[in-house]
Ligand binder design. Structure first.
Ligand code: SAM
Ligand code: SF4
Length: 331
């Protein structure tokens, strides 16, 4: 039997990276991400752990070498460590890297287990280091719990990258402090612009903070050097003279990064999206349940043929670019 071909889209972009949402549920309700009263999907609509592994194997067979588990909050999914261990066994056997994006609430008890399973890097969201503000932005988060979780994974030997959504009047004044804290703690920092994904109660324009302005302000005191590191993702990375922290800027609204896109996104339901900012998709859940690997591969070919050239986010547009929330697609 011939090996299935690699995944190359109609613009010649090779897909080697999959972001896999393992649940749409979350124990927090960050204001820019979710509505206070979110309706979550029934369990039968969500891929089982076995289906996630089978789908991952199909991706790996087609040249995917990095998988990132995300959500919702991936670590609140029942059996998540079983899944991490299962996928961890593929690292070095097709996969180069297994990573996670998490809000950190469950990390205190999981650091050593993640390391043992083969995870070496995690992205952890932290929008404020002020307990009250953290509670306000996340609508229910306990800052101390998250900080203990971050320390636990760092102590277990994992490299931490902090994700901070930059929010005017909510945390803009904490950005420099966060950079210095990351420097002290040995973490990297990525700042993210709010993206118009799904309806939330807030008006995102109220808190939209363009990162080019943040960068100009920081450059009055720090000397930035563009880093050659490219991940095929939306972040541009910078080294800072005299510091070890690396700063990433994710600027979907002020910058474009689509030409080098190497990724697709799998929602917890098995819907696969070609682009975060479009509805172009294929549904794999029923094919995984009844159609077999050939049918899944045919659907992936269809996705690749139609993968959009790029997104078109506009923060001031009346409606979100897409109706689904980041927690559904997997941020
Ligand atoms: N729950 C995990 C977490 O918070 O890290 C993983 C999922 S979350 C959807 C992934 C990332 O997306 C987080 O860093 C979060 O801050 C970011 N995010 C969520 N909604 C966003 C939005 N509308 N615009 C920009 N970033 C968003
Ligand atoms: Fe949950 Fe992450 Fe969304 Fe916050 S950003 S509500 S932690 S999924």
């Amino acid at each position: 039997m011939t090996a299935p071909p690699g995944m190359i889209d109609s613009f010649g972009r090779r897909i080697t990276y999959v972001r896999m949402s393992v649940t749409d549920r979350c124990d927090l309700r960050c204001r820019y991400c979710m509505a206070e009263r979110m309706l979550f999907l029934p369990k039968k609509e969500i891929l089982s752990l076995e289906e996630i592994i089978a789908l991952s194997d199909t991706f790996i067979a087609r040249g995917v070498n990095r998988i990132r588990l995300t959500g919702g909050e991936p670590l609140v999914r029942r059996g998540i460590m079983e899944l991490v261990r299962g996928l961890g066994e593929r690292v070095g056997h097709g996969l180069d890297e297994l990573t996670l994006t998490t809000n950190g609430t469950q990390l205190e008890k999981m650091g050593a287990g993640l390391f043992a399973a083969g995870v070496r890097r995690v992205n952890i969201s932290l929008d404020s280091r002020d307990p009250e503000r953290f509670g306000y932005i996340t609508r229910r988060g306990d800052l101390g719990q998250v900080l203990r979780g971050i320390a636990a994974v760092r102590d277990a030997g994992l490299k931490v990258k902090i994700n901070m959504v930059a929010l005017a009047r909510l945390n803009a004044d904490e950005i420099e402090g966060m950079l210095l804290w990351c420097e002290r703690e040995g973490h990297d920092l990525t700042l993210i612009e709010t993206m118009p994904l799904g309806e939330v109660e807030e008006d995102r324009t109220d808190h939209y903070l363009p990162l080019d302005a943040v960068k100009r302000e920081l450059e009055r005191r720090y000397r930035f050097k563009p880093s050659f590191r490219r991940t095929g993702g939306p972040a541009r990375y910078f080294e800072i003279e005299g510091m070890r922290v690396r700063l990433g800027l994710i600027t979907p609204l002020t910058g474009t990064f689509c030409a080098g896109c190497n990724r697709i996104r799998v929602a917890a339901t098995g819907t696969v999206y070609g682009c975060l900012g479009h509805d172009q998709k294929v549904e794999l859940r029923d094919l995984l349940r009844t159609g077999g690997v050939g049918a899944v591969n045919d659907a992936l070919d269809e996705l690749l043929a139609g993968k959009p050239k790029g997104h078109d986010f506009q923060i001031a547009a009346a409606a979100p670019a897409v109706q689904r929330h980041m927690s559904v697609t997997g941020g």
